[in-house]
Design a protein around this ligand. Structure first.
Ligand code: APR
Ligand code: PHB
Length: 390
């Protein structure tokens, strides 16, 4: 089989890139290790920046998002027992974020790809990347019991943190920057109305918590937990009790509880691999970088990478110029590092660290007090939260 761009991974990065290239008349094949149903059952974050929504608009894949997504023009910070609203719209000249599950966005892109006859090979095993340091890269994989070969001009590594693409690059050719946080997030999804119209990020003596949602009828909550904990040890009742203890009395009282649909623990990590290009291999999204979920930047960063990569590949294939692909890594990384900084900062500000003494706690408190007393400080948060331009 032959294509112009072999895309590894059918997550948001791979699907977005595939659709943008298709719209520009550039041929792609996506190789995905998992089944379609598996990919669509994964529960991930759900806060979209306007830039991400803009890409879906450009593709004509945003009808359901605009019908069902919830525009949010503010978020709350809860600390010292009090809620403080950050007015995203007022502080950013009218910008907002949209609540729409990543799972739904993935479904919309998959549906569009299928309707347009785009080729996706699900359950592609043992994907191996070859020859990307030369002019004729190709990918081999196992499907339906036989080994197959996909010839291409470019490989897009959109296969997430555990994928094969980044791992295919010789260790000496890449540099890794990493911070592993000494805690995780225990998340719970339930078919209950959210406690508030907007998200609440909580700093409490018992640790961080987050009140989020997927719709007016479906809530997503998180509590900071130890890395040695197991979701199975958390009954629903234990989760709801712990969440309530981290909230102020009025908010705690207003929480509607119900049986969980899903409960899982995710570790928190900041990670960047540089560069994002190796010859004819380009990394995008989680394949190149991870942010802790505190700023909801993971999916949006994948979208901005894809925007830069799409423009670079369009230049390569349509205008016959390599200028775009030469600049890709540097351009994408400039935005990646700003989002890394924001996610790290918000994580550091809101969580309880095991080695934190009274001094560090007072510093967190003072920073939060300052933040909500200063329009300049709140504007800096708001401008990052709604998403930096690209
Ligand atoms: N071969 C083929 N496909 C693979 C391989 C492999 N060796 N390894 C992983 N994949 C697939 C995964 O099954 C997954 O469907 O690549 C896809 C990567 O998707 P994501 O992990 O969702 O990464 P990305 O598309 O970059 O999206 C980033 O999604 O995962 C969240 O937190 C993340 O919000 C961020 C955003
Ligand atoms: C979520 O709804 O899953 C969510 C929202 C905001 C975050 C992280 C996760 O910062």
């Amino acid at each position: 089989m032959r294509t112009q761009v072999a895309i590894i991974g059918a997550g948001p990065s791979g699907l977005l890139l595939g659709q943008l290239l298709h719209q520009a008349g550039i041929d792609t094949v996506i190789l995905e290790r998992r089944s379609r149903d598996y990919v669509l059952a994964r529960i991930r974050a759900g806060v979209l920046e306007q830039g991400t929504v803009g890409l879906l608009d450009k593709l004509g894949a945003s009808a359901r998002l605009h019908a069902e997504g919830l525009p949010h023009s503010g978020v709350d910070l809860l600390f010292g027992g009090q809620r403080h609203r950050i007015a995203l719209d007022r502080l950013t000249g009218g910008k907002h974020v949209t609540i729409y599950g990543q799972t739904e966005m993935t479904r919309d892109l998959m549906d569009q790809r299928e309707a347009q006859g785009g080729r996706t090979i699900f359950e592609a095993d043992d994907v191996v990347l070859h020859g990307f340091d030369g002019e004729r890269p190709y990918v081999t994989y196992m499907a339906e019991g036989s080994c197959r070969r996909l010839d291409c001009e470019v490989i897009a590594g959109c296969d997430g943190y555990h994928g094969v693409s980044r791992a295919s690059v010789p260790a000496g050719a890449r540099q890794i920057f990493e911070r592993v946080y000494p805690f995780g997030w225990l998340g719970l999804l339930a078919e209950v109305p959210p406690v508030s119209d907007e998200l609440i990020y909580v700093r409490s003596q018992r640790g961080f918590a987050l009140c989020s949602m997927r719709s007016h009828a479906r809530s997503r909550y998180y509590v900071q937990c130890g890395l040695d904990e197991h979701a199975g040890d958390w009954s629903d009742q234990r989760f709801w009790d712990e969440l309530r203890r981290r909230l102020d009395p009025a908010t705690a009282e207003a929480v509607t509880t119900g049986p969980s649909i899903e409960k899982s623990i995710a570790p928190l990590r900041s990670f960047v691999a540089e560069p994002m290009r190796f010859g004819r291999l380009f990394l995008a999204g989680d394949a190149a970088h991870i942010v802790p979920p505190t700023g909801a930047k993971g999916l949006n960063l994948a979208a901005s990478d894809v925007h830069y990569l799409f423009e670079a590949l369009r230049e390569l294939f349509i205008e016959n110029s390599e200028a775009g692909i030469d600049a890709y890594s540097q351009k994408a990384l400039a935005r990646v590092w700003k989002a890394e900084r924001f996610s790290w900062w918000l994580t550091s500000l809101m969580h309880r660290f095991p080695d934190q003494g009274p001094f560090e706690q007072r510093m967190q408190q003072a920073e939060l007090d300052y933040l909500v007393s200063s329009d300049h400080a709140m504007a800096a948060l708001a401008e990052n939260y709604v998403g930096l331009p690209y």
